[in-house]
Design a protein around this ligand. Structure first.
Ligand code: SAM
Length: 213
C-alpha cells in the first residue's frame, strides 16, 4: 500500500458508521456500477454544506440521489436542493430513493440534459455542486456562474481524473485527450477567472472549491 492509500484508508477508518439508508444506497451504487462521490468527498460536502448554509443548492449530476440525499441532511431548515439528471434509469432510481429518504419536499429532480436545463433556470443558487460528465464542466460554466450568487460556492468534483490531468497530453490515451484538455482548461479558467477565487484540493478524485466574488 503506498502512502496515499494508507492516508485514505486511515481517514476512512475514522468515519462513523452511516445509517441503513445510506449503506443501502452505497450497495445499490456498487451493484449497479453507478459512480457516486467518494467517502472523503462526501465528508467534505457535509462540512461545506454546514459551513455555507445554502438555502438553494444546485447539483448537476444526480445519479441515484446519493449525494443529494446526503447533503439534504445538512442544509438549513428551509434549504432546498435542485438536482439534474439525464439518464432515464438513474432518474427512476433517484426518485425511488428520494421517496425512501422522505426528502421529496426538499429535493427537486429536473430530468434532462443539463446543457438545456441550466439555460432555463432563473432563480439563483447559493451553492452549486458540479458532478456530471467531466468533459462538459467547461461548457456548463457560463450558466453556472450566471446562476451562482455573489459569495456563492461552486464545488466541482473529479477534477484530477484519477491523476490523468497531471499527465502531458501525449501520455494520455488518445480517447481521453479531449476530456483531458477540457479539464485542464476548466481548472485554468477557475483559477484565473476574475469573478472567482478557487482552491484545488486533492480530496477523493480532486475537488475544486470556488467562491464567486
Ligand atoms: N452526484 C452523484 C452522487 O455522488 O451521488 C453522482 C453523479 S455521477 C458522478 C454523474 C451523473 O451525471 C451520471 O448519473 C450521469 O448520467 C449524469 N450526467 C452526465 N452528463 C449529464 C448532463 N449533461 N446532464 C444531466 N446529467 C448528466
Amino acid at each position: 500500500m503506498d502512502t496515499e492509500e494508507r492516508v485514505v484508508s486511515f481517514i476512512r477508518s475514522l468515519n462513523r458508521e452511516e445509517d441503513a439508508l445510506i449503506r443501502q444506497l452505497e450497495q445499490e451504487a456498487r451493484t449497479e456500477d453507478v459512480p457516486i462521490v467518494r467517502t472523503e468527498t462526501r465528508e467534505l460536502l457535509k462540512v461545506l454544506t454546514l459551513l455555507h448554509k445554502p438555502k438553494r443548492l444546485l447539483e448537476v449530476g444526480t445519479a441515484i440521489g446519493y449525494s443529494a440525499i446526503y447533503m439534504s441532511r445538512y442544509l438549513p431548515e428551509d434549504g432546498i436542493i435542485v438536482t439534474i439528471e439525464k439518464y432515464e434509469p438513474r432518474i427512476a432510481k433517484a426518485k425511488k430513493n428520494f421517496a425512501l429518504a422522505g426528502v421529496e419536499n426538499r429535493i427537486t429532480l429536473l430530468e434532462g440534459d443539463a446543457a438545456d436545463i441550466l439555460k432555463g433556470l432563473q432563480e439563483p443558487f447559493d451553492m452549486i455542486f458540479m458532478d456530471a460528465a467531466k468533459g462538459q464542466y467547461i461548457h456548463f460554466l457560463p450558466e453556472v456562474l450566471r446562476l451562482l450568487v455573489p459569495g456563492g460556492m461552486l464545488v466541482s468534483d473529479n477534477v484530477l481524473q484519477d491523476g490523468d490531468v497531471l499527465e502531458s497530453h501525449y501520455a494520455v490515451p488518445r480517447r481521453n485527450r479531449t476530456i483531458h484538455s477540457r479539464m485542464r482548461e476548466y481548472l485554468y479558467t477557475l483559477k484565473h477567472h476574475e469573478e472567482l477565487e478557487t482552491a484545488i484540493l486533492p480530496v477523493g478524485d480532486g475537488v475544486a472549491l470556488s467562491i464567486r466574488l
